[in-house]
Design a protein around this ligand. Sequence first.
Ligand SMILES: Nc1c(NC[C@H](O)[C@H](O)[C@H](O)CO)[nH]c(=O)[nH]c1=O
Ligand SMILES: CC(=O)[C@@H](O)COP(=O)(O)O
Length: 169
Amino acid sequence: MAVKGLGQLDKEYDGSKLRVGIIHARWNRVIIDALVDGAIKRMLSLGVKEENIIVETVPGSYELPYGSKRFIDAQKKKGEPLDVVIPIGVLIKGSTMHFEYISDSTTHALMNLQDKVHIPVIFGLLTCLTEEQALARAGIDEAHSMHNHGEDWGAAAVEMATKFGPNAF
Ligand SMILES: Nc1c(NC[C@H](O)[C@H](O)[C@H](O)CO)[nH]c(=O)[nH]c1=O
Ligand SMILES: CC(=O)[C@@H](O)COP(=O)(O)O
């Protein structure tokens, strides 16, 4: 039995009234696409309507914090505010310090973003030392050694928006 991962949620959720934003980087696209797919499928299974999942993209993970902020602002300005956002990126260690700087700064910026936008920001960033680690965490390595982590992010989004989103209480 797998031990790691979100597993079952603490109760049944009805996501039918939620508006969810997914904003994803385009680096490492094959892995990104699997993660985005996993997040969407899980949210649909929790009742989120397809038309209420809005997808935007940025070039790379470094662009996720500012892109997320502007994406949230734009949806609000259109009168279609989001209840939660899932920024998704895949960072894979290369041969320089690039990976460390982007992993650290992006993580902190996404964490701090929540206090600025007042909606939950899910942490959909893989920070992997190898391509194999990233493939496994998207559920697409040959051995299917791990589950698709996008599914956990979709479930976390529905739970956080329902419990702590702008319309939760
Ligand atoms: N190396 C990875 C990047 N690098 C690109 C940066 O995120 C950024 O887009 C660029 O420096 C322009 O500002 N991005 C990833 O998402 N994943 C990587 O592995
Ligand atoms: C995208 C870059 O700036 C690049 O030089 C980083 O190299 P590496 O991924 O090998 O650390």
